[in-house]
Design a protein around this ligand. Structure first.
Ligand SMILES: Nc1nc2c(c(=O)[nH]1)N[C@H]1C(S)=C(S)[C@@H](COP(=O)(O)OP(=O)(O)OC[C@H]3O[C@@H](n4cnc5c(=O)[nH]c(N)nc54)[C@H](O)[C@@H]3O)O[C@H]1N2
Ligand SMILES: Nc1nc2c(c(=O)[nH]1)N[C@H]1C(S)=C(S)[C@@H](COP(=O)(O)OP(=O)(O)OC[C@H]3O[C@@H](n4cnc5c(=O)[nH]c(N)nc54)[C@H](O)[C@@H]3O)O[C@H]1N2
Ligand code: SF4
Ligand SMILES: [Mo]
Length: 740
């Protein structure tokens, strides 16, 4: 194995290229983590087309966590009040296979569920997909992408006829107006943001507009920050549409030739004159007009969005409302322009390509589409009708399925729902009722392990080989560069082994992940996300490749050639036209009221990754973000009689958490913000999701994790709040509850 391994950062969907090298370097003292393990060196890969050698603090420190507190062996127990005992793989896998058979024979396959993750490799996803939707015949395989990108996926589908972000990162340097809405890219997609900020700084004529209820680091860098009230995005977007229509700044030719639905859209936006929009959004008419002028006057508008749009009870409608502006101005399909969803997790894109949501099938196909089912059935050699026509349970429907006893076998892998799901008290209570839960993770302990009967140790990044697709459709090979710790195995191998133990040796006869990928890409033939021209061998030889990439030699690109979708202005709808999908604003599912007068919003910090399984074990990052907190405006703090660091109890209709106050003008009066990173292992009662509700977008089924109504109660305490909420509580108190 060469000393320098090229791979991809396993954190966010920017997908930065990394170069990793072994800890032992001649004439140099080996760097060690806080537990004494040698640390692999890591730096940005200058040859990677997406990141050009840049990395943020997460990528730069990732190797410091990969050896700490790992789950080494399978563990089992009969009930949740017993301690785990060590088990062999044989025992664990046989227990899983026999339980699956029993449940399928007695209650049917739909009593079996898999809840997976955007942190799977494409190969992991593909075999999970084949096992569940194909062999077992249940579509109950959903992922945490339901909490993340499903509104973007649905929005693209309704507006453009298919999933698939049409833009690429080169557009960051070609745009003359970046419209960033519901995204704190400076902290969450730092390398994308760096590229954009550089372009913005160097070119006086380039505009940057940020729409976010908080004055984030991203908003600080903008020419115009629209601090709208949470949940008023559609008012704003329709209000911009209203002005463009009034000023007649439309691309009539594009609207006539390439779209449908414009007349009904104009009827809807008539109701959004500036006075109404300014009032509802809480912004000035002047700022609204400035934003609309930017859309009217710019030649190339690139919009970027993330959870501020997606995590909403009208998430799909928000996404479609944004795409409508691109359609009315013809801002799509050419360099520097278009609607660009920034993907959350490192391989949520790959997951969508493989069909990693309960209503999808591989190759951007839909469970509900008979022809799509037939194509996949034939490819997998199944009986006609073996794939169920009914979409499976979405993430939250798995929880409600447990509540009513319809889920009897739950398999969770590469996600930590005991922290990340909405309404945690309800989630945890439901998980407690599960008759049989398998949890497949790289680390131990995690919050979700508390709710499992079987723990399976997963090989993680660097210990297994496979591919990931980033936000700009670039596929990168991530090779194993060290052996798995303990007895950990790759997720795809675990799914294949269970498939074989269920009697499907032929369908799961893979001996390498390269073979798995080679099978998957055949299902992308002639689809928007075609990858038939990509293989592990080609990725290893040439480096990252962007799709679409058919296997026809004459259409194949050099690795660095840049591609966009819809450059011929023909879209993926049956008639080739993009659709105006008009929606009225409905606002928040749980607006504030006299009992719960504040809107709570939730989100991320630059250094931490989600539930801290990795970043909570990295000293530099814990020092950067030592404690959870709640951001509150000085005016509200004064009203409540509290000061910086005073403890605030936050109550919603579902639960209670406590946070030290961070008094700041970056948040609007009436709104408070808490980070999502502290589950119950890492701090005392500082869970954001103890408060949130599960009301979801009717189209995407994505829960409104960005807003709920809360009341704030100061906690009288003599204690210093940093004492009350010990920094990094978990690592200080952790002693392994099981000996291995
Ligand atoms: N550092 C770091 N980076 C990450 C991650 C991480 O855990 N840590 N996770 C990755 C993942 S999986 C994801 S999904 C992305 C998420 O990336 P982002 O979506 O950028 O991050 P968030 O902080 O969740 O939310 C973004 C912003 O939405 C705003 N917002 C809240 N309500 C509304 C609203 O009604 N309208 C508008 N317009 N904005 C609103 C919030 O104030 C917040 O600043 O980040 C990825 N990158
Ligand atoms: N209130 C609120 N809630 C939110 C959000 C929000 O903005 N607000 N954001 C939502 C979003 S967008 C997301 S993406 C979710 C994220 O929420 P989660 O998915 O729960 O968060 P992670 O901490 O990333 O969990 C990933 C788990 O996978 C494990 N892991 C890492 N690599 C591997 C591997 O190769 N194999 C296996 N088997 N395991 C592995 C890690 O140890 C970790 O336990 O949270 C959602 N919840
Ligand atoms: S921007 Fe995202 S992909 Fe790049 S180094 Fe940071 S976390 Fe990793
Ligand atoms: Mo996400």
């Amino acid at each position: 194995m060469s000393d320098l391994i090229k791979t991809l950062c396993p954190y966010c969907g920017v997908g930065c290229g990394l170069e990793v090298s072994p800890p032992a370097q001649a004439n140099r003292e080996t760097n060690r983590d806080s537990k004494g393990n040698p640390v692999w060196k890591v730096r940005g890969d200058r040859a990677h087309p997406s990141s050009q050698g840049m990395v943020c603090v997460k990528g730069a420190t990732v190797t410091e966590s990969i050896s700490k507190d790992r789950l080494m062996y399978p563990m089992m127990r009969d009930s949740l009040d017993e301690p785990f005992r060590r088990a062999s793989w044989d025992e664990a896998l046989n227990a899983i296979a026999s339980r699956i058979k029993t449940v399928r024979d007695t209650s049917g396959a739909d009593a079996i569920c898999l809840y997976g993750s955007g942190q799977f490799l494409t190969e992991d996803y593909y075999l999970a997909q084949k096992l569940f939707k194909g062999i077992l015949g249940t579509n109950n395989f959903d992922t945490n992408s339901r909490l993340c990108m499903s509104s973007a996926t649905a929005g693209y589908y309704y507006s453009l006829g298919s999933d698939g972000p049409p833009c690429c990162y080169e557009d960051l340097e070609l745009t003359d107006c970046a419209f960033i809405i519901g995204s704190n890219a400076a902290e969450c997609h730092p390398i994308i943001f760096n590229r954009l900020r550089k372009h913005h700084k160097q070119n006086k004529n380039v505009k940057m507009i940020v729409v976010d209820p908080r004055r984030t680091t991203t908003a600080e860098a903008a020419d115009l920050h629209l601090a709208i009230r949470p949940g008023t995005d559609i008012d704003l977007l329709n209000g911009i549409g209203y002005l463009l229509l009034r000023w007649n700044r439309l691309n009539i030719e594009f609207i006539d030739e390439c779209t449908t639905g414009f007349p009904s859209y104009t009827e809807v936006i008539q109701h959004y004159p500036p006075e109404v929009v300014s009032e509802r959004c809480g912004i000035s008419i002047h700022d609204l007009i400035t934003a609309a002028k930017a859309w009217a006057e710019s030649k190339r508008v690139l919009s970027m969005w993330t959870m501020g749009l997606n995590q909403s009870s009208e998430g799909t409608a928000k996404v479609c409302s944004l795409i409508n502006l691109h359609l009315m101005t013809g801002q799509i399909g050419f360099p520097g322009s278009g609607p660009f969803s920034l993907t959350g997790q490192p391989n949520a894109m790959g997951g969508r390509e493989v069909g990693g949501l309960a209503h999808l099938l591989p190759g951007y196909r839909l469970v509900k589409n008979e022809q799509h089912r037939t194509e996949v059935e034939q490819f997998w050699g199944l009986q006609p009708g073996q794939i169920s026509p009914v979409p499976g349970r979405s993430a939250w429907e798995i929880i409600t399925g447990l509540e009513i006893g319809e889920v009897e076998f739950l398999w969770i892998a590469a996600t930590n729902p005991a922290v990340s799901m909405p309404d945690l008290e309800r989630t945890k209570a439901a998980l407690k009722t599960s008759p049989f839960t398998v949890y497949q993770d790289a680390y131990y302990p995690t919050e979700t392990a508390e709710f499992a009967h079987v723990l399976l140790p997963a090989a993680q990044w660097g210990e297994k080989t496979g591919t990931m697709t980033n936000s700009e459709r670039v596929v990168t090979l991530c090779p194993a560069f060290r052996p798995p710790v303990g007895q950990a195995r790759a997720d795809w191998e675990i799914f294949a082994e269970v498939g074989r133990r269920l009697g499907f040796a032929e369908q799961f006869a893979f001996t390498s992940s390269a073979e798995v990928y080679a099978e998957f890409v055949q299902l992308t033939r002639d689809r928007v996300c075609e990858q038939t021209g990509i293989s592990h061998a080609r990725l290893a030889a040439q480096g990252p490749i962007q799709w679409p990439e058919p296997d026809k030699k004459e259409l194949q690109s050099l690795p660095k050639a840049v591609k966009r979708l819809y450059t011929n202005f023909r879209f993926s709808t049956p008639d080739g036209r993009a659709r105006f999908v008009a929606h009225h604003s409905r606002g928040l599912a749980e607006p504030p009221d006299p009992d719960y007068p504040f809107v709570l919003t939730t989100g991320r910090l630059y250094g931490h990754w989600h539930t801290q399984t990795r970043t909570g074990r990295i000293e530099k990052i814990c020092q950067m973000h030592p404690n959870p907190f709640i951001e509150i405006h000085p005016r509200d703090a004064t009203k409540l009689g509290i000061q910086e660091n005073d403890l605030l109890e936050v109550r919603s209709r579902r639960g209670t958490s406590r946070f030290p106050a961070k008094v700041t003008k970056t948040i609007s009066p009436g709104t408070v913000f808490v980070p999502i990173h502290w589950g119950f292992l890492w701090a005392d009662k500082a869970e954001a999701n103890a408060l949130t509700h599960p009301v979801s977008c009717p189209q995407s089924l994505q829960p409104e994790l960005k807003a709920c109504a809360v009341q704030l109660v100061p906690v009288p305490t003599q204690m210093d709040s940093s004492e009350y909420l010990p920094s990094n509580a978990y690592s200080e108190t952790f002693s392994p509850p099981i000996s291995v």
